[in-house]
Design a protein around this ligand. Structure first.
Ligand code: NAP
Length: 436
């Protein structure tokens, strides 16, 4: 029998497991995750009000219905079981650990209370156990969000929505009540380049036209009169649509709704102001020098009490596995990390692309694994989980099976009130107590 270990049960790990399970009928595929819950960013990264996108979980669930795929939850590779133990006992190991570590703003004051990275902030409102106590209160009249990607839009939208607009989301109960208690009046979304360079997509931008209590404002002078040249027709269409939406927003009236979302462009943060906690954000206007964004001497301050940076992610290194610290990814050549070890998804390519892009990526890596197993079969039979299970028992690790997860899932669904699809358990201890 061929034994394959996949580390990380997010979309990339599940798609890879699914593909391998279909093609290698005699293989056993064990999907390890450090959390007792599967599905990674599909559960804890996708915005809680984007339930359509979260529905992808239904597809991922089918992977674990295959007889030859096992979920091994609550096991941290590198701590509970080592990277070399996996390599020793499996024919192939794939690292699909995603990327949820925040990149730092690297400016003075970025350590102040009230500064959050998007991974931590999104994890918080999504009920991720690592971040459930991240935000005790927001208590902010004004919040700055740095970055012009879809994550920054997700955060702005979740903050701007009313309780009733979030009623059918799976936002954590604690986060929903902290957000609704915040005397929010202004949200600033800060792009260091021009509106045409923003990486957010038009469907997501258009959602701001519909919000109950929030009006989106753009300074018409920031919008280019002509479309910038582009060699990529898809990108050109996206930019054109974004500029049309932004032109519409530039005609909005600031007094129309109680919360204003200000889209600021060509501005980058240079200092978070305050002693212990955030009292403001200093920005510098930017200009393009030799194709790169550079700061000018022109600065201005925003009177904000919370700063959230949504400027991209890094992967977390798997202890003892190769890691490119500068790029925050697992170094690889077309998905190959070292003989018998592979990687797919955001930890392979960096945090770019939506879930279907990770599916494509996982398919490519899966084909490579199958080809390598055919060309270079293991010299001696491996024992896979039969060898790992006693090690975990010896180390008193409480593994969580897929059946255990189904109990957690049922409890979350049962706890939901009103239109909520689920009320997440937000601590690992609470999940394990339910099982034991
Ligand atoms: P992203 O699209 O790469 O956006 C990151 C933003 O941060 C960019 O605007 C970037 O500006 C800016 N930035 C980086 N470093 C900065 C700095 N030091 N100071 C100021 N700004 C800085 O990343 P993301 O928003 O994290 O999204 C990750 C991926 O997930 C994307 O592919 C996204 O489309 C996807 N996603 C999709 C959805 C959806 O479809 N609804 C939702 C969430 C995420 P520059 O461009 O100048 O570098």
């Amino acid at each position: 029998m061929t034994n394959i270990a996949i580390v990380g049960s997010g979309p990339s790990g599940c798609y890879l497991a699914d593909m391998l399970a279909k093609k290698l009928k005699d293989a056993r595929i064990d999907v390890y995750d450090r959390l007792p819950t599967p599905f990674g960013l599909a559960r804890a990264g996708v915005a809680p009000d984007h339930q359509g996108t979260k529905n992808i979980i239904k597809q991922l669930e089918r992977t674990f219905a295959r007889g030859n795929v096992t979920f091994v939850g609550n096991v941290t590779v590198g701590k509970d079981v080592t990277y070399s133990e996996l390599k020793e006992h499996y024919d192939a190991v794939a690292l699909t650990v995603g990327a949820m570590q925040d990149r730092s703003l690297n400016i003075p004051g970025d350590e102040l209370n009230g500064v959050y990275g998007s991974g931590a902030f999104v994890g918080w409102y999504n009920g991720h156990p690592d971040y459930s106590a991240q935000v005790a209160e927001l208590n902010s009249k004004a919040i700055a969000i740095v970055g012009n990607g879809n994550v920054s839009l997700d955060i702005a939208r979740v903050l701007a929505k009313t309780e009733s607009e979030l009623a059918s989301s799976d936002i954590s109960k604690a986060a929903a009540s902290i957000i609704s208690a915040t005397p929010l009046q202004d949200i600033y979304l800060i792009g260091r380049r021009s509106p045409a360079d923003a990486s957010f997509t038009n469907m997501e931008l258009n959602e701001f036209a519909e919000l109950e209590r929030c009006v989106t404002l753009v300074n018409a002078d920031d919008l280019p009169a002509n479309m910038p040249e582009s060699t990529d027709p898809m990108r050109a269409r996206e930019v054109e649509n974004n500029l049309a939406t932004l032109r519409g927003f530039s005609e909005n009236n600031a007094n129309d709704k109680p919360i204003r979302l200000h889209l600021l462009f060509n501005s980058a943060p240079v200092e978070v102001l305050g002693d212990d906690s955030v009292q403001g954000l200093r920005l510098a206007k930017t200009k393009i020098v030799e194709g790169k964004t550079a700061l000018t001497d022109e600065t201005f301050d925003l009177d904000v009490q919370t700063v959230i940076s949504a400027i991209g992610y890094r992967s977390q290194a798997v202890t003892d596995a190769p890691f490119d610290d500068a790029r925050g990814i697992i170094p690889n050549e077309d998905g190959i990390v070292e003989p018998g070890v592979y990687t797919a998804g955001w930890c392979k390519r960096g945090p770019q692309g939506v879930i279907p892009a990770n599916r494509m990526d996982a398919m490519g890596v899966g084909k490579r694994i199958i080809a390598d197993l055919e060309q270079n079969p293991s010299q001696a039979p491996t024992s896979g989980f039969d060898a790992i299970c006693p090690l975990l028992d010896e180390r008193q690790v409480r593994t969580v099976s897929y059946t255990d997860w189904e109990k957690i899932n049922a409890e979350e669904v049962a706890r939901a009130t009103g239109d909520k699809p689920r009320e997440k358990l937000t601590s690992i201890a609470e999940m394990l107590a339910l099982l034991d």
